[in-house]
Ligand binder design. Sequence first.
Ligand SMILES: Nc1ncnc2c1ncn2[C@@H]1O[C@H](COP(=O)(O)OP(=O)(O)OP(=O)(O)O)[C@@H](O)[C@H]1O
Length: 267
Amino acid sequence: MNQLLSTPAKIELRHVTHLYVSTSRAFMAVRDINLRVEEGEFICLVGPSGCGKTTLLSLIAGLEKPTAGKVLIEGASVQGTSRQVGYMLQQDYLFNWRTIEENVFLGLDIQGIRNKETEDYALHLLAEMELADVRHSYPAQLSGGMRQRVALVRTLACQPDILLLDEPFSALDYQTKLKLEDLIFSALRRHKKTAILVTHDLSESIAMGDRIYILARNPGRINSEVAVPAEIRSALPFDARNLPGFQDLFHQVWKEMEVVSDATKGN
Ligand SMILES: Nc1ncnc2c1ncn2[C@@H]1O[C@H](COP(=O)(O)OP(=O)(O)OP(=O)(O)O)[C@@H](O)[C@H]1O
């Protein structure tokens, strides 16, 4: 226990408050956030719209600097963006005039790490994501699910330890989303990544997460934390939904969400 407490977390937020400041006003997006993510953990952030989920990812990615408090990765204060952290969004941001392979290699170019070895690794990831056959195709020729898999490969190709996933499945149809959840969940486990997923889908948060933070808004803050039992954690997201215990946990998270939604109604 003492050893755990003394080991720096993979990600830690200590008393983090963040204000967005413009010339006319200052808006407190999140207040006094404390959270700890251990190496290899898969954490989900859920909460009503505007509770600061994306703000927290931006702070961890080093895209925003906290107004107060500390954002630490492996005990060191985050100073801007780094290769260690990969960020995947709802939109895939693929360039339509580049082939799939060239889109994936672009990530390597931007990071200045493109060479034979990193290219081979990227091609290996494309094959793992069942995209080898389309490496010379263009994004417009691919389905939404395939495009999101390409976006994931582009992110993983730079070999980040930490993956920040901001609603990556929300624009997809239900069937594609369930398939992609399994594929991404397996890939992140296999590559031993630490991940934080923002989602509005409570069943997705239980099926994919080790722990779920439920946030309230105005200002954004952590309302509660739910640990997902080992039995559900060890199953693939699709199968997890059919396990005994899943529905009970869903109702628990649903109730917590009702509390934070009621508390912030009309704000
Ligand atoms: N650049 C910005 N300038 C001013 N206010 C901002 C900015 N970005 C976010 N906000 C505000 O901060 C609050 C938190 O926004 P954020 O996008 O982090 O919430 P969220 O929980 O991710 O929302 P959603 O679920 O709708 O994506 C919101 O009230 C939002 O309007």
